[in-house]
Ligand binder design. Structure first.
Ligand SMILES: Cc1ncc(COP(=O)(O)O)c(C=O)c1O
Ligand SMILES: [Zn+2]
Length: 434
């Protein structure tokens, strides 16, 4: 096999944690071939993607519960050193699981929860995956943290590298939301705006990863480690529900890694005996302007046909999703659905979540909640079964998408008469509510 990046690190098959914790090796998700832990992400036999496998330790609920209030409470289930929490990092995770009673009422549902990822250090779930990638990359001797990004990942990589005191290089499509560009630039790393789609940016990053031996592209050459970080969303949901799994979960899909890893987390918790083995259905959400996985699901295909994205949900605009086929596997195995919604439905769902629960999520949650509404209307999701939806990012980073025509009210003069005239002009229901 061609050597790529720093020399592979070998891990003895032992029950004692190594520098990668209880991770034991990498395995190909296509042919099952195994290889040592190290800076490789593609199978030498068939070019399939590699994933991290473990000799999982015996773990108790109380050992986790007494851990730090961030993703490192699950460190034994991640490919990171046992002392990972001691190195400067952004300490993501332990975000709220919000019981969304008003929203459930509006949708005619029973128990509905929102996993609110805005509370992460750069306001999206990407801080989780980056923290794991950074820890593994440092162990493997990489010196630069890099990524191609649809926006949120760029924020997370630039911040995590700043905190760790290493250099970052992020590549983004030039058309990204200005809020996401500003929220990356502030950390002072190198940002490269590329004239092209995310898929063009991703291709360039893959070529660079081949050439720059000490650059850890978190979602390219360090992808097996990076993707494991999304398991912590699944671990937290189970712990926050009192160590049990929800019956249904709706997850946004860009590359598809988040959805696949939430399922992996649920299965690990079951196999460790930390949650009862109850059935759950996983649903995937895409925007109609970039819905290659939903299209394959509808057509009954196993292969995902790439598309050219055009949607306001820029964070999900990956036309050639690396984990697309694995999303189809998980969704079909669990009895879920992958569906898509239009941009107006995305914007409307963003406003619904904000007005019903005080949660201003980004376009990705407009997609997720939009798909939940659609599946309820079509009778494909059970309104009575306990359901979790993921709010993966912050609406302040996609401000333009949700702003309705009346977002900025016309100013009034500072007088009671002007206020009364303003109140008269309000639609009847709003005036009554005030
Ligand atoms: C806010 C947000 N939600 C969801 C996703 C989807 O993540 P994945 O690529 O793991 O499917 C992304 C990816 O960039 C994102 O930025
Ligand atoms: Zn293989």
């Amino acid at each position: 096999m061609r050597e790529k990046g720093p020399a592979p690190v070998t891990t003895p098959t032992t029950k004692n944690p190594s520098r990668f914790g209880f991770a034991s090796h990498l395995a190909c998700r296509e042919c099952g071939a195994t290889t040592d832990l190290g800076g490789t992400h593609v199978c030498a036999e068939c070019f399939g993607p590699l994933e991290v496998r473990y000799d999982l330790p015996a773990l108790t609920r109380s050992a986790i519960e007494t851990g730090p209030p961030n993703i490192w409470r699950y460190a034994p289930l991640l490919p990171v050193p046992p002392d990972v929490a001691a190195s400067p990092n952004t300490e993501p995770g332990c975000t709220r699981l919000v019981q969304a009673g008003h929203l459930a009422g509006e949708l005619g549902m029973g128990a509905l929860w929102v996993k609110d990822e805005r509370a992460n250090p750069t306001h999206s779930f990407k801080d989780r995956v980056v923290a794991v990638a950074l820890a593994a990359a440092v162990e493997m001797g990489y010196t630069v943290l890099a990524c191609p990004s649809t926006g949120n990942l760029a924020n997370a990589v630039a911040a995590a590298a700043a905190r760790a005191g290493i250099r970052s290089v992020v590549l983004i499509p030039a058309s990204l939301e200005p809020e996401k560009i500003a929220a990356t630039a502030v950390y002072g790393g190198t940002m490269v705006a590329v004239d092209g789609t995310y898929d063009d940016v991703n291709r360039l990053a893959s070529e660079l990863a081949d050439e720059r031996e000490d650059w850890a592209f978190v979602n390219v050459n360090v992808r097996p480690y990076y993707a494991e970080g999304s398991k912590t969303i699944g671990f937290e949901i189970a712990e926050q529900l009192g160590w049990r799994l929800p019956a249904q979960i709706v997850v946004p899909v860009a590359s598809g890694a988040q959805l696949v890893k939430i399922d992996k987390a649920f299965r690990e918790l079951i196999s460790l005996g930390l949650v009862p083995d109850t059935p759950y259905r996983v649903f995937g959400a895409q925007a109609s302007g970039c819905a290659p996985v939903a299209a394959a699901f509808r057509a009954g295909h196993d292969v995902v046909q790439p598309v050219r994205p055009s949607t306001i949900a820029k964070s999900l605009a990956i036309g050639n999703p690396a984990d697309g086929p694995y999303v189809l596997d998980v969704v079909r195995r669990t009895g879920g659905v992958v569906a898509d919604v239009s941009d107006p439905e995305v914007a409307s769902a963003m406003r619904l979540l904000a007005a019903a629960e005080g949660i201003f999520g980004e376009t990705a949650v407009g997609v997720t909640l939009g798909v939940l509404r659609r599946l309820l209307a079509d009778g494909r999701l059970d309104p009575a079964a306990e359901t979790v939806i993921i709010n993966s990012g912050d609406g302040l980073k996609t401000l333009g998408a949700a702003a309705g025509p009346d977002a900025a009210p016309a100013p009034i003069r500072p007088t009671m008469a002007a206020f009364r005239a303003f109140e008269e002009s309000l639609p009847h229901d709003r005036a009554q509510a005030s």
